[in-house]
Design a protein around this ligand. Structure first.
Ligand SMILES: C[S@@+](CC[C@H](N)C(=O)[O-])C[C@H]1O[C@@H](n2cnc3c(N)ncnc32)[C@H](O)[C@@H]1O
Length: 360
């Protein structure tokens, strides 16, 4: 059965994990934002005073040091004046006390600095959440039920990939971004599933698997690509974006352990072409899908039930020429439900991201 959900929305800036469990209580967050605002000037003032006290303590210590030196000199030259010894001793005790107070003050200042930093960071983060929320409600989105902003699938940095790399590796295009939007839309569902393993087939530049790994860093993320250079680029993308991803230069899901994958992602070569083209050694292999654009897709679908875990979900991109209704039937025969997560028209292509999950 295929349900049409909504049109996709764009991707944006991600908010750190800690924000996620704050999202469903806007009143609390508004209060917290207010408290942060109240707290910050007090911390600032306290910080300023501790700093001023420390400076005067240091000045006092320097003064005492020089008085002490003077007294020592006098005491040495006036050995007959024992009264001075008494003062020298007292001054030394005072100096020790000042040193201890100074160390305590320094410690307090360091702790204050940390509090200061945390307050500033938290205030900035909450401001972003509240501003985004405000924007959404004033623009008519979420008017009925204001919701806090949730985690977003950021587009990874791809600045290391050159135009000459794109002669051999698929350059992210509308389809790649639609897949990101689909994953972003599904973040809550995926989170609920608590995925342990995520596999992307045909990672290309690594755009999707890297974005996924950023949002789900504790999930083991790996990918395959038939193009060796794509594997190298994916690894470089992962590194640049500070994620940990394994990449295997393999055909589809060859040798993947059965029932092991919780989230499966595939933006396949879907363009209708001659059959021969899907075996090409050129860049066309990245998009050529053979008859109905379905040759690679159909080979992939056959293995989905084997590879997916019991709770596993698969997200796959198609165009209308791939006949999504037929795909729905194929999946239904294998006891899977199909829904459309997002759809978009790009030039002459009607793109959709389908979601397959076991029925019953
Ligand atoms: C349309 S591109 C998508 C790339 C990337 N995931 C994205 O969204 O930008 C398809 C990718 O699948 C890879 N591919 C094609 N046939 C494959 C196969 N049989 N097994 C694994 N990867 C394959 C291509 O090399 C290409 O990188």
């Amino acid at each position: 059965m295929m349900d049409v959900e909504t049109e996709s929305t764009g991707t944006g800036t991600s908010v750190e994990e800690t924000t996620e469990n704050l999202c469903d209580n806007p009143t609390r967050d508004t209060l917290a934002e207010g408290l942060m605002g109240l707290l910050k000037p007090t911390v600032d003032r306290l910080d300023e005073r501790v700093r001023a006290t420390r400076i005067s303590q240091l000045e006092l210590k320097q003064e005492l040091d020089s008085v002490l030196d003077e007294l020592k000199k006098i005491a040495e030259s006036q050995k007959s004046l024992p009264i001075l010894d008494e003062y020298v001793k007292k001054l030394m005790v005072s100096k020790q006390k000042i040193t201890i107070v100074s160390a305590l003050l320094q410690n307090s200042q360091e702790r204050l600095n940390k509090i200061h930093e945390t307050v500033a960071k938290e205030s900035a983060r909450r401001r972003i959440i509240l501003e985004t929320e405000e924007l959404a409600s004033t623009s008519g989105v979420n008017k009925k039920k204001p919701k806090m902003t949730k985690l977003l699938m950021d587009t990874p940095i791809l600045s290391h990939i050159t135009q000459s790399d794109y002669l051999t590796v698929y350059e992210p295009a509308e389809d790649s971004y639609l897949m990101l939007d689909a994953l972003e839309k599904e973040i809550d569902v995926i989170q609920e599933l608590q995925p342990v393993v995520c596999l992307e087939v045909g990672s290309g530049s690594g755009i999707n698997i890297t974005a996924f790994s950023k949002v789900f860093p504790s999930c083991f993320c790996f990918c395959t690509d038939i193009n060796r250079r794509a594997c190298e680029i994916t690894l470089a993308t992962s590194k640049l974006n500070d994620t940990v991803i394994e990449c295997i230069n393999a055909d589809l899901m060859k040798n993947i352990r059965p029932n092991s994958v919780d989230i499966l992602i595939f933006n396949p070569p879907y363009v209708v072409t001659e059959s021969l083209e899907i075996k090409s050694s050129k860049i066309s292999r990245a998009w050529a899908g053979g008859i109905k654009g379905r040759e690679v897709i159909d080979n992939f679908l056959k293995i989905v039930p084997d590879v997916l875990s019991e709770k596993g979900i698969c997200y796959m991109l198609v165009i209308d020429e791939n006949k999504p209704e037929e795909i729905t039937n194929i999946m239904s025969d294998m006891l899977f439900d199909t829904t459309i997560v997002v759809k978009r028209k790009a030039w002459n292509e009607k793109l959709k991201v389908l979601k397959f999950s076991r029925n019953g």
